[in-house]
Design a protein around this ligand. Structure first.
Ligand code: FES
Length: 101
């Protein structure tokens, strides 16, 4: 198995018990998954997107993390914001105003 160059984690709010709690899924984070997947394909990015359990940044939800860079993005509420994040990733950087950590 080959590892992707970038791994994008999108919070789906799941807790250890299995039920989603918190804000990310309520604010539409899961709807971003197919959008990000399509953008990865369209852009030819060597990246993978995965939903996760609660990333413990609920106050900043929806939360999205990009590894290996360790960019923690918060309050991601539009496809335009995701486009900016992916544009920055292609340019080798981050969108600093969206970073929460
Ligand atoms: S529900 Fe997304 S960070 Fe907690």
């Amino acid at each position: 198995m080959e590892k992707p160059k970038y791994h994008i984690f999108v919070c789906a709010s799941f807790r250890a018990g299995g039920d989603p709690k918190g804000v990310c899924h309520k604010k539409g984070a899961l709807e971003f998954l197919p959008y990000i997947e399509n953008e990865i394909l369209d852009r030819g990015l060597d990246a993978q997107v995965t939903s996760t359990g609660c990333l413990k940044g609920c106050d900043h939800g929806p939360v999205m993390v990009v590894y290996p860079q360790g960019y923690w993005y918060g309050n991601i509420e539009s496809e335009d914001m995701i486009d900016q994040i992916l544009d920055a990733l292609e340019d080798g950087g981050s969108v600093k105003e969206f970073l929460i950590a």
